[in-house]
Design a protein around this ligand. Structure first.
Ligand code: UD1
Length: 420
């Protein structure tokens, strides 16, 4: 298992390019199951979750020609499409559930492994299933697999999600795209990655329209056209580098991402004390020595503060003056990084879904264990300001979602080494 060795403290300086978005690429790749014609997708990040999704598509019978250097992939339909998504692929990546909507609407049957819980929470898929049922999908759960069928085409319906879910919104958009008639989705997630999926499908001839802030109208079409599409930049990677700049009192020019999409995060960073200048697809960010605490930072659905940046902001608030509070509203167990941060010297108290952070901490390097994707990157950030050597174990979590992290950090002045 690979690990990182980081020698701190360090100051990040220079230019960094943001990679393609993992969370936008995954549903777009799943949506290629809807096509009879070839699809070309570019700006795919070179991360493990994308490899897993491509393997899953291949296992379902699609032909996948990946050009890793160009970060692109061409996907063709083959004669033999299979409709069973195996547990061995879906267990490592919950986004595997995203093939259910496309398979059921296009091929009228699907057997997909029910994704289990993960360390950060239970993560059920009940809203995906009940909404697809409304469109006409029938299903049983047998031995950990969802066995789904549809007698004929799915039928458009009005669906009001009782909970805002990114994955359920994406699954329903894909399913409704080839359903008969009109589907209205209400109380949808409106993350930029969902807009990217819609832009991709519309470019291929789908009829999907925003009809309100959280409402989408989808008029089913018979088929989709050949298409080339460039995936958007990664919002969470961009936010992580912004935090890294402020945390290390560094100075970064972050390129390849639209700053308007992380307005909430940039406003918070300004409050903490960052100097920020933005232009089209570029953020210039500088950190000061003295940082301000945040009295009540709470994770919430987009456009509010994302749960995927909660761990990174927590590290930053350990360095701020005074006491900060973070409330985690999306996942029930997303403070796994706290125990590891304490080992570096952090003073954080957790009660239920709230963490109280006593600022002005100085960290000493230590050996640490990654627990999930975003928690691992938080440990890397913490190691950047810790005095001496830190070893971060189990970085396979990190490799699921950050492209060339150590190469990017090295270029910015970090003493980091990957040990195989
Ligand atoms: C996506 C992101 C993930 C991010 C999360 C929240 C991808 C591949 N992953 O995950 O990085 O942290 O959004 O922004 O894009 N829920 C239910 N029932 C359901 C579906 C969800 O109870 O059927 C709950 C979940 O347990 C969670 C909350 O709703 O508490 C939000 O989950 P959801 O928005 O669905 O997250 P994902 O799509 O899994």
């Amino acid at each position: 298992m690979d690990k990182f060795i980081i020698n701190g403290p360090c100051k990040l300086k220079g230019k960094v390019n943001i990679s393609g978005s993992k969370n936008a690429s995954l549903p777009i790749l799943a949506a290629t199951l809807l096509f009879d014609k070839p699809v070309e997708i570019s700006n795919l990040p070179g991360v493990k979750d994308i490899e897993t999704m491509l393997k899953l598509l291949e296992s379902l019978g699609l032909k996948v020609n990946r050009n890793k250097k160009k970060k692109s992939v061409k996907i063709f339909k083959s004669k033999k499409i299979k409709t069973q998504a195996s547990y061995s692929l879906v267990k490592t990546m919950r986004a595997g559930i995203l093939v259910l909507g496309p398979l059921i609407t296009k091929y009228k049957k699907a057997i997909t492994s029910l994704p289990g819980g993960c360390l950060i929470g239970e993560r059920p898929v009940n809203h995906h299933l009940s909404a697809l049922k409304k469109l006409g999908m029938k299903y049983n759960i047998i031995k950990g697999y969802i066995h789904a069928t549809a007698h004929k085409n799915l039928n458009g319906k009005k669906i009001i999600f009782s909970k805002i879910s990114v994955g359920a919104t994406e699954n329903l958009i894909m399913a409704a795209c080839l359903a008969k008639g009109t589907t209205i989705l209400k109380n949808c997630a409106i993350e930029p990655e969902i807009r990217d999926l819609i832009n991709f499908l519309n470019k291929a001839g789908a009829k999907i329209k925003w009809i309100g802030r959280r409402s989408i109208k989808i008029t089913g079409v018979k088929s989709l056209n050949q298409v080339k599409y460039k995936v958007m930049g990664d919002r969470i990677e961009c936010g992580t580098f912004c935090v890294a700049a402020v945390l290390t009192s560094g100075n970064l020019q972050i390129k390849g991402f639209d700053p308007k999409l992380i307005r909430t995060e940039l406003t918070l960073l300004k409050k903490i004390g960052a100097k920020i200048k933005t232009s089209l697809n570029e953020i210039n960010i500088e950190g000061k020595k003295n940082l301000n605490s945040l009295k009540n930072l709470a994770t919430k659905e987009y456009p509010d503060f994302p749960t995927d940046l909660q761990a990174q902001f927590m590290v930053l608030l350990c360095r701020a003056n005074g006491i900060s509070k973070i409330t985690e509203n999306i996942f029930e167990n997303r403070f796994l990084h706290v125990g590891e941060l304490r080992r570096l010297g952090a003073k954080i108290n957790v009660k239920n879904n709230q963490a109280v952070i006593l600022g002005n901490n100085s960290f000493q390097g230590a050996e640490l264990m990654s627990s999930d994707l975003r928690a691992s990157v938080a440990l890397v950030l913490a190691a950047l300001i810790a005095k001496g050597k830190s070893i971060i174990n189990r970085i396979y979590h990190l490799d699921r979602g950050y492209e060339n992290l150590e190469i990017k950090l090295k270029k910015l002045g970090v003493k980091i080494k990957r040990i195989h």
